[in-house]
Ligand binder design. Structure first.
Ligand code: ADP
Ligand code: MG
Length: 622
């Protein structure tokens, strides 16, 4: 079969990625080698796996390896593997197109702010395209393991917008990526330089990486293996240094920053497996941007053979930031993704992964506060998803959460539920909190006033996910969590009496307000929450916080109109003015403003902002 030679244009997005990559990765340009070796290693992994069902694929050339060579005259660096290779269609699909929706979102995120952050790109794992940081032309020659010898494919591009494709008659199995170096990149034509990069970044790639031996400054035909070429996770922990762990982490791809922490364990028994799990030090770009459909980064091996990327099968969603390797001894090698999802052994392994990760985070919280803070900043909100997703570990996860508090350190989210409970007076039964849009809005909530006056600590929650999370966290360590803006406040006998008297006294006022406000409120009550402000909203236990309702409405969701309960402070001068104002229209303005300021403080949306402004101006001008 002969396919014609042709020239094609990159998808617009590829051109964009190429542009971003070449401009922003410049200070990290040496990572191209790691990315290409990582791809070569993936290709060898895939061939090894496919050969189990189909041994012919690797017949005649079964030593899988990766060769890195340089040619000082041609000014090229070549990374070659004898792995799975690519068909013509795969070349087009994998390196001419951007298939992943994650990449599209990434581009959308980047295009707003032209400043492409190199770290961001690193987390996004731009892979193959990093070749263009050092090369002004890249040639790929590849043949898929199951294709005939004359069905090789040659792809070439200067990375500017087009690439050429042609068939090659005699290609070896696997892929060679040939970089034609830019004029000022001669440093990569030196053996020691290439070699030190391999040692630094790719030592623990599980396949031999070979380089030609040098003589008289020139490469010879003799090759030597230059990496450890053993699967790192199979070695005893005592023989592995921190640098080894970090370099292996980076060779997994997806991140070129150091990992924050890791956990390496071997389980022996009726079912044996090894886990090596890493927590990154920064979130990947799409973690919160709904990065749910792409879960890469946890590789499943069975007896040292890579089987598949199985992040989804091995970790719950709320731990999707974890990277690493799971190597199981007792799973069948021909396991498919469908079978894997029903596999009972896998449930055990998954349980062990979750336990290890939570252990690791707990250890950070206990012993390494700075690292824990880094972790929490990056992944705290992701972890919160576990409160509803993982009921079995709810208490453990809740223990790890940190919040701002009226007795904390400003907006810093550092107060644990256990800290709170430790400070609770004996008589206090509940853990009090408030949710709002921001720290300032939470701290300024009028509903806090009575708590402040009494010196009762209140947790201040202002991350978007909090309100949702709290739906699944009604209790911790036997204590109820209660929103200060919801339901009835527990009052002691004296306060209850005062409250009853105040309500009785205010009866005509309450009636007047209800009449003036009509349909806009459900009820008007005397508040036990207020000391300084004239009014606030109170919600029933099941009502959604107004700021959240607003957000959901803005996001296009239909929200039922709810009629809030307005609580007032009869001692406040403004409330007194409503009481004494004889002019019906003026009293109506004042009453409505009492409601509207309560709504604004709660982050609700005013139904008619222009009317509010006019009303306020009328009152100001008397
Ligand atoms: P990633 O490795 O994260 O998938 P890359 O940009 O590094 O992204 O590679 C894109 C795709 O190109 C790979 O997923 C793979 O399908 C293909 N590819 C790249 N290099 C090779 C190779 N040496 N052998 C086979 N396929 C490759
Ligand atoms: Mg890659």
């Amino acid at each position: 079969m002969n396919a014609p030679a042709e020239t094609r244009k990159f998808e617009a997005e590829v051109a964009q990625v190429l542009h971003l990559v070449t401009h922003s990765l410049y200070s990290h340009k040496e990572i191209f080698l790691r990315e290409l070796i990582s791809n070569a290693s993936d290709a060898c992994d895939k061939l090894r796996f496919e050969s189990i069902a189909n041994p012919e694929l690797s017949a005649g050339d079964s030593e899988l390896q990766i060769d890195v060579s340089w040619d000082p005259e041609a000014r090229t660096v070549t990374v070659r593997d004898n792995g799975i290779g690519m068909s013509r269609d795969e070349v087009v699909a994998n390196i001419g197109t951007i298939a992943s929706s994650g990449t599209r979102r990434f581009l959308e995120a980047m295009s707003g702010e032209q400043k492409a952050d190199a770290r961001l790109i690193g987390q996004f794992g731009v892979g193959f395209y990093s070749a263009f940081v050092v090369a002004d032309k890249v040639t790929v020659i590849t043949r898929r393991a199951d294709a005939a010898a004359d069905e090789g494919v040659k792809w070439a591009s200067d990375g500017k917008g087009e690439y050429s494709l042609e068939q090659v008659a005699s290609a070896e199995r696997g892929t060679a990526v040939i970089l034609h170096l830019k004029a000022d990149e001669d440093e990569f034509l030196k053996r020691w330089q290439l070699r030190s990069l391999v040692t630094r970044y790719s030592d623990h790639v599980a396949f031999p990486i070979r380089m030609p031996i040098e003589k008289d400054d020139k490469p010879t035909d003799e090759w030597e293996t230059i990496n450890a070429a053993s699967a790192l996770w199979t070695k005893p922990k005592a023989e592995i240094s921190d640098e080894d762990y970090q370099s292996f982490y980076k060779s997994l791809g997806h991140d070129f920053n150091d990992a924050l922490a890791w956990s390496h364990n071997r389980v022996e028994g009726s079912q044996s497996f090894t886990t090596l799990l890493y927590i990154p030090s920064q979130p990947p770009f799409d973690l919160m941007m709904g990065g749910r459909d792409e879960r890469k980064g946890l590789k499943l091996y069975i007896k040292r053979v890579f089987v598949m990327d199985a992040a989804e099968e091995l970790l719950p969603n709320y731990l999707r930031f974890v990277r690493g390797v799971v190597d199981a001894d007792d799973l069948p090698l021909n396991v498919s993704r469908e079978l894997l999802q029903q596999n009972r052994q896998l449930d055990r392994i998954k349980g062990a992964c979750v336990k290890r990760v939570l252990d690791l985070i707990e250890k950070l919280a206990r012993n390494e506060p700075e690292k824990f803070a880094t972790f929490y900043k990056a992944f705290g909100n992701t972890l919160k998803e576990g409160i509803s997703e993982d009921a079995n570990n709810r208490e453990r996860i809740a223990k790890l959460l940190r919040f701002a508090s009226t007795k904390g350190d400003g907006a810093a989210q550092i107060v644990a539920l256990d800290d709170y409970i430790g400070r609770m007076p004996v008589a206090q039964e509940k853990i009090w909190f408030i949710t709002a849009d921001s720290y300032a809005a939470a701290l300024g909530s009028p509903q806090l006033e009575a708590f402040k006056a009494k010196g009762t600590e209140v947790l201040l929650m202002f991350d978007r996910i909090d309100e949702w999370m709290l739906g699944s966290l009604s209790e911790y360590a036997g204590k109820k969590l209660q929103n200060v803006a919801k339901g009835e406040l527990p009052l002691d006998e004296a306060d209850k009496k005062k409250q009853e008297e105040a309500t009785k006294e205010a009866e005509p006022l309450l009636k007047k307000l209800k009449e003036l406000l009509g349909d806009r409120v459900g009820e008007v009550k005397v508040s036990a929450r207020l000391t300084d402000s004239p009014s606030c909203l109170a919600l029933s236990d099941y009502e959604m916080a107004p700021h959240l309702a607003r957000l959901l409405r803005e996001a296009g969701q239909e929200m039922p109109e709810s009629k809030p309960t307005l609580e007032i402070n009869p001692a406040h001068a403004l409330v007194k003015r409503v009481e004494t104002e004889a002019d019906e229209a003026k009293a109506g303005d004042l009453a409505t403003l009492l409601l509207e300021q309560a709504e604004i403080a709660a982050g609700a949306q005013l139904p008619d902002p222009a009317a509010f402004v006019q009303r306020m101006n009328r009152v100001l001008l008397g």
